[in-house]
Design a protein around this ligand. Structure first.
Ligand SMILES: [Ca+2]
Ligand SMILES: [Ca+2]
Length: 93
């Protein structure tokens, strides 16, 4: 009886671990969207790029405006900046 109980806990623990790993994988994917210069980190270089297109309308001839429109509403504005800051990693990474 006691053994049955502990194996149940083990399965829950394993499920939690798989969930955490899956979550981590998802967040890595999400970060890539904000990595404007695609160097693997969302930092001040991406912020500099973001600033060059801030306030602009998305233009297919200017791929950076397409990338920086994170919420896809056709404009690079404060809403996109808010999303960018949420994913900003800075120099720590
Ligand atoms: Ca970057
Ligand atoms: Ca936008």
């Amino acid at each position: 009886m006691a053994k049955k109980g502990s194996s149940g806990i083990l399965i829950i623990g394993l499920a939690a671990l798989i969930y955490l790993v899956a979550r981590k994988t998802n967040s890595v994917k999400a970060i890539n969207q904000y990595d404007l210069n695609e160097d693997g980190v969302v930092d001040e270089k991406d912020l500099e790029l973001f600033k060059t297109v801030y306030g602009k309308t998305v233009d297919i001839n200017n791929p950076l405006t397409v990338k920086a429109d994170f919420n896809g509403d056709g404009f690079v504005n404060m809403s996109d900046f808010g999303l960018f800051i949420e994913h900003y990693q800075g120099r720590a990474q």
